[in-house]
Ligand binder design. Structure first.
Ligand code: SF4
Ligand code: SF4
Length: 427
């Protein structure tokens, strides 16, 4: 794609402390240059994807936070689009050339975060912790929401690079038990990984596991259950049971950062849905406006009704198309009026009829209606008592609710409010 004329690069694109800008208005920047420094351990630095000039450091529309500070860069006309480096990885890849310290530092300096949507700083995940050592690594190739195919393209086109990233995570953590989980509707991806593993001697111990295609198979707790048959405690995280889960695009970014010292400034993004004229996958710079990506995909159809950043189940509705993509933005999905349904279009919520469908559909066995009710009345402590933090934001409860109650929306809001109270998120 052509390099956008302007980018708004958010200083908060991850879980943890917001970055501090290290450039000023009118500064010249080059592609890959640090523009936001991460001073806290749980944070990830931000880099410029392009050569250009800092136009401003100002509040911009943020996909999750409403408005947040961003470095706005006007790009030079001389810019060339960044190319993926997948063809530089082959059977000779050897993770033993890199020490755990080198891998940790490269991942930290490159600002890598979970690109499957979570946005947790990857350097924190790959730092060895003697009190909870990692015994198994799962590379998550399950892309279970409708329309999204960016991870599928990564698996088909960057296969060796993903395997290299998996080996580097294993090297950093001293862990050789590695699985790649892929849904059974993607046999070509499973074949591509089996072939890559055959060709990379260092990858001989990696096992490809084909799992059932279902929603939400891509949730890390659900994938752990499918592959290892183990449960992560409610509200807990996989390292509590010695497991690390990493998305395929994140593994690829790790390989690029460790081997070539390249920071995370571009990512694959699916632009799709019935409301898009020419759906496709794009290798896009972080900070690009959602509206520009939609234009590159042919623009909106006449009956387009709702723009979502993320998948139709877990994503956020976007009202302002100048909102930029971040490191965690894997998809822009546009739905039509017919798909959303008339009642949802009108926002017609009715009273809960206590049918229990939301409870029956919840994959983590919490009570969505009680949590949502508590959040609605600002009773965050009660919402937490009902295990709000265990919710994986899959959206199943909202989807099945006959009363059109946006249960998962309330729960997401509740989690953001609690994170702000605990100062884990900017206001
Ligand atoms: S979004 Fe709803 S169904 Fe999904 S985990 Fe959370 S409470 Fe359960
Ligand atoms: S699915 Fe909707 S109507 Fe049924 S119990 Fe849950 S919130 Fe109430």
């Amino acid at each position: 794609m052509p390099v956008p004329k302007q980018l708004a690069i958010m200083l908060s694109q991850h879980i943890g402390a917001i970055c501090r800008p290290v450039v000023n208005k009118k500064d010249r920047v080059t592609a890959g240059q640090l523009i936001g420094s991460a001073d806290a351990f749980v944070s990830a630095p931000i880099h410029s994807p392009v050569n250009g000039t800092v136009k401003d450091i100002a509040l911009c529309s943020h996909p999750v936070l409403g408005r947040a500070e961003a470095v706005i860069i006007e790009s030079d006309e001389s810019n060339q689009s960044k190319q993926p480096c997948a063809d530089k990885f082959d059977g000779r890849f050897n993770p033993d050339k890199f020490t755990p310290e080198k891998i940790f530092n490269a991942v930290r300096n490159a600002g890598i975060v979970g690109m499957g949507g979570a946005g947790f700083p990857t350097s924190v995940k790959i730092k060895t912790n003697p009190s909870s050592p990692i015994r198994t690594i799962i590379i998550n190739g399950c892309e279970c929401e409708p329309f999204i195919t960016c991870d599928y393209r990564v698996m088909l086109e960057w296969t060796n690079q993903v395997v290299a990233g998996a080996l580097l995570i294993g090297k950093a953590l001293g862990c050789g038990d590695i699985y790649i989980g892929i849904e059974d509707n993607k046999p070509k991806a499973a074949d591509a990984f089996r072939e890559a593993i055959k060709n990379i001697p260092a990858a001989a111990g990696i096992e490809v596991v084909v799992v059932k295609t279902k929603y939400p198979q891509g949730g890390e707790k659900q994938l752990i259950k499918s592959i290892l048959g183990e449960d992560v405690p409610a509200g807990g995280i996989p390292p509590m049971i010695g497991v690390l889960v990493s998305n395929v695009a994140t593994a690829a970014a790790i390989a690029e950062a460790v081997v070539f010292d390249i920071p995370l400034t571009y990512r694959p993004v699916t632009v799709s849905g019935s409301g898009i004229k020419k759906p496709g996958n794009f290798y896009a710079p972080v900070g690009m406006a959602i509206g520009e990506l939609i234009e590159l995909a042919g623009g909106l159809t006449d009956d387009a009704a709702k723009v979502i950043l993320g998948g139709p189940m877990m994503g956020f509705a976007i009202a302002d198309l100048s909102t930029p993509i971040t490191k965690t933005s894997g998809a822009i999905i546009v739905l039509t009026e017919k798909e959303i349904g008339k009642a949802k279009m009108l926002g017609k919520e009715t009273a809960c009829i206590r049918c229990g469908r939301c409870i029956a559909s919840c994959p983590v066995n919490v009570n969505p209606t009680r949590i949502a009710h508590a959040v609605k009345h600002n009773l965050l402590e009660i919402a937490e008592d009902y295990y709000m933090s265990a919710c994986i934001e899959c959206g199943c409860c909202s989807y099945v609710c006959p009363a059109n109650i946006e249960l998962s929306g309330f729960i997401k809001t509740g989690k953001i409010l609690v994170a702000r109270q605990k100062k884990l998120m900017p206001k």
